[in-house]
Design a protein around this ligand. Structure first.
Ligand code: AMP
Ligand code: MG
Length: 412
């Protein structure tokens, strides 16, 4: 077995490097209303200039700036232009000394080069008194200023959010080409693990990791496929690993620590797997494994992760290391982990050497954000992590964080 224990940054780098090598699978077409969260497979282009006409951004009067060299001034109102006004009802040109009343979203007629807000005007019969000057172009978005016809509005690889969906709607895309969701096998290991519908014996525990992983897989754009629970026995474990490697990605949980029955690495080594790392200097989740392995039934090698079985470790190591690979398989352009900052409520002391991701509760908003650790019994404590809504991130060299320090927080 090659590789070894890497720093957090080295391990992230290995993941990003491998994620850059994978390709998403096939494309399918989905209805615009079901496209949120999916990954765009072909760019969406502007079907015409946006805006298609010089658009007024205010209710007011379309004027010739040169008419307003002295204010207040009276000009003749020759038309009223509302949003959606038919082209034949719009004056061909605004002549010197003339203006047109205009509404937000309406096309500015030629000749006019600015819009004066209605607040600075007073109607006087068929005239209007204008009290303020405007700069050329003020309150007008020129034709094509937002996008030129044929230019790309949404790039391939974009995960579709509400603004992208709105943009697609604005150019008439009622259906969008998206990548098919990658199929992600989830394999839990351990003789003590029983199914969620089973009544556990006194020393058994129910499988919860497959369920947290399924949620995380789905959130990252994949389709989770739960395999049967693998026992701590090499023969059956190997069969199930082979089955898992027939998917786009294999996520395993448990069996990667130093215990005598932690067989995942051993079985994968026997299968001639390539390992990129077999541990990362983090807590929780230090024994995390990342590699790839071929199976006769499938072309090329399949990436796999061995995530430590402690429930909090499984959740954290997925977010840190498996998510980028899953997103790449889903066709997404790579993105970095984002942090927010919050003020620490009470001090934290830790031993240096590991980058830590500790379950915590974030409260308050913006500059009043506060965070504090949840009381927990270590990385097996699902109840504590369910009470938490984030993780405090502590760099490996820090031993003391004082109350009032601004600390980085990873939102779950
Ligand atoms: P392991 O990584 O196999 O040494 O497991 C570490 C701890 O996580 C042990 O206490 C296991 O019982 C627990 N564990 C392993 N797999 C699961 C699972 N699927 N659901 C809940 N707990 C698990
Ligand atoms: Mg185990």
């Amino acid at each position: 077995m090659a590789a070894g224990v890497l720093s957090f940054e080295q391990a992230r780098h290995a993941v990003e490097r491998e994620a850059a090598r994978v390709q998403p699978r096939e494309i399918e077409s989905v209805d615009l209303l079901s496209a949120a969260g999916r990954v765009l497979a072909q760019p969406v282009l502007a079907d015409r200039d946006i805006p298609p006409f010089p658009r007024s951004t205010r209710d007011g009067y379309a004027v010739r700036v040169s008419d307003l060299s002295q204010v207040p001034i009276h000009v003749e109102v020759i038309a009223e232009i509302k949003a959606g006004q038919k082209p034949e009802e719009i004056p061909a040109a605004i002549q010197p000394g003339q203006t047109a009343a205009i509404m937000t979203g309406a096309p500015v007629p030629s000749g006019a080069d600015a819009v004066v807000m209605v607040e600075y005007t007073k109607p006087r019969g068929n005239q209007v008194e204008i009290a303020r000057q405007v700069a050329p172009g003020e309150n007008i978005v020129p034709r094509g200023a937002e996008a030129r016809q044929g230019s790309s509005l949404i790039d391939r690889g974009t995960r579709l959010h509400e603004a992208a969906i709105a943009l697609a709607a604005s150019v008439g895309k009622s259906e969008l080409p998206v990548y098919k969701r990658p199929r992600i096998a989830i394999l839990t290991t351990g003789d003590e693990i029983v199914g969620v519908d089973s009544l556990p014996g006194p020393t058994q525990i129910r499988n919860s990791n497959s369920y947290s992983l399924a949620v995380q897989v789905h959130r990252a754009g994949g389709d989770p496929i739960l395999l049967p629970i693998a026992p701590d026995e090499p023969g059956r474990l190997r069969e199930l690993i082979e089955e898992g490697l027939n998917h786009d990605l294999l996520l395993m949980t448990g069996g990667v620590s130093m215990g005598r029955y932690d067989l995942v690495e051993q079985v994968l080594s026997e299968m001639h797997a390539e390992f990129f790392f077999t541990g990362a200097k983090i807590q929780p989740g230090r024994p995390v494994v990342f590699g790839r392995c071929g199976v006769p039934s499938r072309e090329g090698a399949t990436y796999f992760y061995g995530l430590p079985g402690n429930p909090v470790s499984t959740m954290v190591t997925f977010e840190l290391f498996a998510r980028p690979m899953l997103e790449a398989l889903a066709g997404m352009s790579p993105r970095k982990l984002a942090f927010v900052h919050a003020k620490l409520k009470s001090e934290i002391k830790v031993k240096p050497g590991l980058k830590r991701f500790l379950p915590a509760t974030l409260s308050g908003e913006f500059e009043h954000s506060q965070v504090e650790l949840v009381a927990w019994q270590g990385s097996g404590d699902i109840a504590a992590t369910a009470r938490a809504n984030c993780y405090i991130v502590i760099p490996p060299e820090r031993e003391l964080l004082s109350a009032g320090d601004w600390v980085p927080v990873m939102i779950r």
